[in-house]
Design a protein around this ligand. Structure first.
Ligand code: 9MG
Length: 262
């Protein structure tokens, strides 16, 4: 899944694709590089980001979805029902829902749904994330979301641990280490670590630096964690750097390809 932020204030690509033409060109480039899905978002979810009105988010997202949908599966990254509906009308077939609350919307529109775990809300979620047992709590939350989505009639349900969404570095690492427990829920797992701030700190530690490494220098960490997730049974990874991730994923292969058969 390639990330396409049609926003002026994204943490990772600093508004490079806020212009619809640049966004569509980047989306098509990710398709050429091997993305199976392009995730179009019109509101940044980085910690501290300012909210965007429904009308403005629709204005950003709809023309880009319309242009890409004939060429690739498009998901819409939104927490607003009206934006989800407009994007689906424009051709999106998957709702990437960081609030894990749009199951009724997905059911009503007859599209797939990603339920991502988040503690708190984007503006404040990184102030003091706290869990007794992060893995058990995230798994229980997602199991509950699967139940309500099944009851609502959603056919395609994805689950996502929400790396970096109300989680410390230690929480993120525990979730990655125990991804098998999410895979055990029996629904496809999506994982997004690409360019996230935990990687900035891990990469700084490995280089002996005091300051976290910036988003533009997190490629190695992004690829390492993406291949880790796929090897642990994730079905999709959400990434900014599609080509190197696809190349790395093809080297690692699905977990079943590691079994010697002869
Ligand atoms: C929108 N967005 C940013 N990070 C994400 C992640 O890790 N997962 C999903 N599903 N969406 C994300």
């Amino acid at each position: 899944m390639g990330v396409l932020n049609v926003t002026p204030d994204s943490f990772s690509d600093g508004g490079r694709f806020a212009d619809p033409e640049a966004a569509v060109a980047h989306g098509m480039a990710m398709v050429v590089e091997g993305a199976d899905v392009v995730d179009v978002g019109g509101e940044s979810s980085r910690p501290g980001a300012e909210p965007v009105s429904e009308a403005e988010e629709r204005r950003r997202v709809v023309p880009v979805v319309e242009a890409l949908a004939p060429h690739v599966r498009v998901s819409v990254d939104t927490v607003k029902p009206s934006v989800a509906e407009a994007a689906v009308t424009a051709g999106a077939t998957l709702i990437n829902d960081i609030s894990s609350s749009l199951h009724e919307v997905a059911a009503g529109l007859g599209v797939g749904w990603v339920a991502m775990h988040m503690q708190g809300e984007p503006r404040t979620m990184q102030q003091a994330p706290t869990y007794d047992d992060v893995v058990a709590e995230v798994v229980a939350h997602l199991a509950g979301r699967i139940e309500v989505a099944e009851a609502a009639g959603v056919d395609e349900i994805w689950v996502d641990p929400g790396i970096g969404f109300g989680k410390s570095l230690a929480h993120n690492l525990s979730l990655l280490r125990h991804l098998d427990q999410l895979v055990g829920l029996g629904r496809p797992v999506l994982v997004g670590t690409s360019r996230k701030s935990s990687l900035g700190r891990l990469l700084a530690d490995s280089d002996g630096l005091d300051e976290a490494v910036g988003p533009e220098d997190r490629l190695e960490g992004s690829i390492a964690t993406a291949t880790w997730a796929l090897a642990a049974g994730a079905s999709m990874v959400r990434v900014h750097d599609v080509l190197p991730t696809v190349q790395a994923a093809l080297v690692v292969g699905p977990p079943s390809s590691w079994d010697a058969t002869g």
